[in-house]
Design a protein around this ligand. Structure first.
Ligand code: GLA
Length: 734
């Protein structure tokens, strides 16, 4: 009886709920309004069929959205503004139709809403030009729990010839606010991801890339725009967005009028006029964005969660601890050295050995970076018995084997160039570019096939290979393709990347579990365009722990720890010469995906014991670091003399706190460090890991505190000398 009543009440509730939803939908439709919703945010659009499709609102859920109309706050701007009729402001799209008409005028045909899976919805908005058979479809994919929206568009036409696209953005959004600020991440080789935070004054601020291959070596295609002043980690309203493209990109913030920013993101069209054939569909790259009214920390956590759940290859799998051979031996590879490195990383408790550059080229052995790229055969002088003894030894030692490749490149001094000089990017009537190496023409399907088969054959012949470090150390010079017709040369930058992505897709179809690292002269490929296919990226060739702290800080705004390879290298650092104690170097690498980038033979016995223990510790904290929520506590950019961050498990039962001392004020007392993200009601025991002595002497070790106290009052960290560091594990106790 009771059961029956409960069921009846439940049914009634469900019915009422569905009825209410229906009412809201009918109400919205009657008002021609459409919502793209996540748990805490909403994008509100409006438009009648055959009328204009307008963006009205984006931000936190304001309750009854129907009030937007009467409140007058609606933005009332076209969701995808086009050039030609009204021409005074930035536009998302510009097309030249076959009769030369420069204008496009889009109207709403339909809005389709589908639930793709429990947590994901897709809204498809079909637009058409009322005078030309020209179509744009806008997609908004909403990830409800993560509060993230992914958007892209598809452009097509049925005109009797080619339409020329000179603007084709992925995303366009006007932001109406006082005092807008932007955070972006400037870089250069060996100095990637430097945080720049600046006020957006009237005029245009653009970050972009031109170089064709390593699209994030300069600025990263990620921005934060904060409203009403600078946002902090905890406070402030903002939009954070990142473009998932592998090639040249452009993100502009146009403060066209005081208090209004037009944010636009997409492929960099400057060198890439697009020829769109009849019935061809051009899909723009995805722009991924989130809104936060609780500062930058919340935005990062939203994007990180989305990345682990949807945006990164194998985002739910723990990453292996590895030794990479590059800084340890450079190109001077021998069988004996590789075997001893395999033995060493296995003895240290690592899980993977990666043989970097230098193993290939037979006719032209790879003795320096001027030869052999393209000839992916083992150098029989360096490795007379091939790869087999190496993969066999790795298997015997219980670890995986990985290998370095730079598949898109060719040196002139290579057998491949002798056979296929037409496969490199080049122009008619010009000397071939004689840089260190040349980029291959990936618009050509034969080149795509060649690259795919090089990798596929290597993996079939050596099924033990579990990891590829995919490098790309050059840009595009002499932009020109022997493959593309004369009138489509301006599509090369885009066709190159379509070709590259086809290769990635084929590799993923045949090798779904292979782990791949995106590397490009260091951090040239840190973007969700790559992470769709790759598990991780190499952040920088600069492995100096101090520089790395700043770079990782920047990258952590958009990329979660499990994507960020962070390797311990020698001191003095090979690039900067800076001397930094081993503990600091190891502790810092343990904030990302831990690896080693040196010859383990160079560790003395005390250091060896420390690294071995640290690897063991990392295995304990790995689930929290790689899958937990990040809280940036004290930024090195604030010149606070320390930097501190922490990760907290989803259940808030396990956390890891890091503090790094950057100054040598011996009398300076570090202010109390207030922790974040813990459960105020839970009790946590502090355990120091990676202590310098075999038993921790830290006064906080083994002490128990309530989460509330740790967050409200904090703890006193004692560090006197520069480059001291500390890691505390916090474990819930009942
Ligand atoms: C690039 C990478 C390095 C290393 C070298 C090898 O610079 O970023 O990690 O692999 O190439 O040539």
């Amino acid at each position: 009886m009771i059961m029956k009543t409960m069921r009846a009440t439940q049914k009634k509730r469900i019915f009422t709920f569905l009825y209410l939803i229906q009412c809201v939908v009918i109400n919205l439709l009657a008002n021609n309004m459409y919502l793209v919703e996540t748990q805490n945010t909403v994008m509100v659009f409006s438009g009648k069929i055959d009328g204009k499709f307008l963006l009205q609102y984006f931000g936190s859920k304001p309750g009854d959205v129907l009030q937007i109309e009467k409140s007058g706050i609606g933005l009332k701007t076209e969701a995808y503004p086009t050039f030609g009729i009204e021409c005074t402001e930035e536009k998302a799209l510009q097309a030249t139709h076959i009769d030369g008409n420069l204008s496009t005028d889009l109207y709403l045909k339909s809005v389709d809403f589908t639930t793709l899976e429990n947590n994901v919805t897709l809204t498809k908005v079909s637009l058409y030009d009322n005078k030309y058979p020209f179509f744009v479809t806008l997609y908004y994919k909403a990830y409800i729990k993560e509060d993230v929206i992914e958007t892209w568009s598809e452009i097509s036409h049925k005109e009797k010839g080619n339409v020329i696209l000179t603007k084709y953005a992925s995303f366009f959004m006007p932001i109406s606010t006082y005092n807008p600020w932007t955070t972006h991440f400037h870089g250069a080789w060996a100095g990637e991801f430097d945080i720049i935070e600046e006020k957006l004054e009237r005029g245009m601020k653009t970050i972009k890339n031109h170089e064709g291959v390593r699209n994030t070596l300069t600025d990263n295609p990620s921005v934060i725009i904060s409203f009403n002043g600078q946002a902090t980690e905890e406070e402030g309203e903002l939009i954070a967005g990142t473009l998932a493209w592998t090639g040249n990109y452009k993100i502009s913030m146009d403060v066209s009028q005081k208090n209004r920013v037009n944010l636009k993101a997409g492929i960099n069209e400057e060198e890439s006029q697009l020829i769109l054939k009849k019935n061809e569909v051009f899909k723009t790259p995805e722009f991924i964005f989130t809104y936060s009214d609780q500062g930058k920390g919340k935005a990062s956590r939203n994007i990180h969660k989305w990345a682990r759940n949807y945006g990164v290859m194998g985002g739910d799998k723990a990453r292996m601890i590895l030794l990479n051979s590059w800084e340890g031996v450079k190109v001077n590879i021998t069988e004996a050295k590789m075997l001893s490195m395999i033995d060493d990383i296995s003895a240290l408790g690592g899980e993977l050995f990666v043989m970097d550059d230098g193993w290939f080229g037979n006719k032209y052995p790879r003795m320096n970076d001027k030869t052999s790229l393209g000839d992916w055969v083992v150098d029989s002088a360096k490795l007379p018995n091939g790869l087999q003894p190496l993969v066999k030894r790795a298997t015997e030692k219980g670890i995986k084997f990985g290998i370095w490749l730079e598949p898109e490149m060719m040196n002139i001094k290579s057998e491949l160039f002798e056979k296929h000089p037409e496969w490199v990017i080049q122009q008619p009537n010009r000397e071939i570019g004689l840089g260190r190496q040349m980029t291959m023409d990936l618009s050509n399907p034969k080149v795509q096939d060649y690259i795919y088969h090089v990798i596929n054959n290597l993996l079939i012949e050596n099924p033990e290979i579990a990891y590829i470090k995919w490098d790309a150390n050059h840009h595009i010079n002499n932009v020109g393709s022997e493959w593309l017709p004369a009138n489509e040369q301006s599509s090369l930058y885009i066709e190159y990347h379509k070709g590259l992505q086809k290769i990635f897709q084929r590799i993923r179809e045949s090798h779904p579990d292979l782990v791949m690292q995106a590397c490009a002269s260091g951090g040239g490929r840190v973007s969700y365009g790559y992470l769709k296919y790759f598990q991780e990226f190499w952040l920088s060739d600069n492995t100096d722990a101090l520089r790395k702290l700043y770079m990782q800080w920047g990258a952590s705004h958009f990329f979660p720890a499990l994507t960020m390879a962070s390797h311990v290298s020698v001191s003095p650092n090979l690039l900067t010469g800076r001397v930094i104690p081993l503990k600091f170097r190891v502790d810092l690498s343990m904030t990302g995906r831990l690896g080693i980038e040196m010859q383990p033979k160079d560790l003395n016995s005390e250091e060896w014991t420390f690294v071995k223990k640290a690897i063991e510790n990392y295995k304990t904290i790995r689930p929290v670091v790689q899958f937990g929520d990040l809280y940036r506590l004290v930024s090195p950019y604030d010149k606070s003399d320390i930097a501190s961050l922490m990760y907290v498990s989803e259940k808030q039962d396990h956390a890891v706190l890091y503090a790094f001392n950057l100054s040598d004020y011996l009398t300076y007392r570090i202010p109390a460090l207030k922790l974040k993200g813990l459960d105020p009601k839970k009790s946590y025991k502090i355990i120091e890991i990676n202590a310098e002595t075999s038993e921790s002497t830290n006064p906080l070790n083994n002490k128990v505190f309530k989460g509330e106290f740790l967050m409200d009052a904090g703890i006193q960290i004692v560090m006197k000398k520069a480059f001291q560091s500390v890691i505390f594990e916090l474990i819930e106790i009942q």
